[in-house]
Each structure stands twice: as structure tokens, then as C-alpha cells.
Design a protein around this ligand. Structure first.
Ligand SMILES: [Zn+2]
Length: 152
């Protein structure tokens, strides 16, 4: 049986989740642009997984391979609560990393884009690695590393 206190805490948790989704929503809209490209929606190309809309398909594979300025392109990319991947396998493999970015969007909202891009630009100007040294990527890679080492 739920007493008033635990009911209050559960409500507060739901409210916080709702605010996180709303705050990240303008960034999520950018990801929703990819939704028609996942058609036909069969073969698991559109999937709701752990609170995130995951999309994959040939158009997304092409985008990630050719339009993401990384050597060899990216295997997946996060836009708010939307993650696009080249295929189901790349979504699976990158899930933990991309979920760190989802949490970053929940903190930064639409500001994630200018914050991420200006961090990369600053690193480029300084002669650093615009991707691996970007604080948003470092947080994601550090989380992956501590998970591998049995940490959080
Ligand atoms: Zn990343």
C-alpha cells in the first residue's frame, strides 16, 4: 500500500520525467525529421526502447556515413529522445553511449546543439580533437569505460 509520502515521491519522479521530455522536446523535433525516412516502418526500423525512439534504415545509414564529419562516419547519433542508427546492430552496440547523450539533452534542451558545436569549434581552433575531446563525448566515453570496469 502506498502512503502519502511514497505517492508524493512517485508523482514527483513522473513530473520530473515529463519536464525532462518537454525540455528536450525542441531538440527531439530535429530527430523526428528522420521519422519518414525510416519508412516502411516494418522490420523494427522504428522502435520505442527505454524511453527513446530508435530509428534505422538506409537513409539514416547514408546520412551517418557521409554527412557526419568523422572518419568513417558515425554508427548512431542522438537528437533529444530520438536516436538514429545505421542498423539495429549499431543501435544496440551504441545504446549505452547514446543514452548518456539523451541525459545531456535532458539537461541542456535545445541548447545542447550550440553547446556541443561551440565546444567542438573551440577544440578545432585550439588544434584539439573536436570529437574525442568534446566534453559531451568525454562524459559518454567515461561512462562507458567505468561501466566496463564494473563501476556505475
Ligand atoms: Zn557520442
Amino acid at each position: 500500500m502506498m502512503d502519502e509520502w511514497s505517492f508524493g515521491r512517485a508523482s514527483m519522479r513522473r513530473l520530473r520525467r515529463a519536464v525532462a521530455y518537454l525540455w528536450a522536446f525542441p531538440a527531439t523535433v530535429v530527430g523526428l525529421v528522420f521519422l519518414p525516412l525510416a519508412a516502411p516502418f516494418g522490420a523494427g526500423r522504428v522502435r520505442w526502447h527505454s524511453g527513446v525512439l530508435e530509428l534505422h534504415g538506409r537513409a539514416m545509414a547514408w546520412f551517418l556515413k557521409h554527412l557526419v564529419p568523422l572518419a568513417g562516419g558515425a554508427s548512431a547519433m542522438t537528437f533529444g529522445h530520438v536516436v538514429i542508427g545505421r542498423d539495429a546492430r549499431s543501435l544496440e552496440r551504441s545504446r549505452f553511449h547514446e543514452r548518456v547523450h539523451v541525459r545531456q539533452y535532458e539537461r541542456w534542451g535545445l541548447l545542447f546543439y550550440p553547446a556541443y558545436l561551440s565546444a567542438s569549434l573551440w577544440l578545432l581552433i585550439k588544434g584539439g580533437d573536436a570529437y574525442l575531446e568534446n566534453p559531451f563525448e568525454r562524459e559518454a566515453y567515461d561512462a562507458e569505460a567505468s561501466r566496463r570496469n564494473g563501476g556505475a
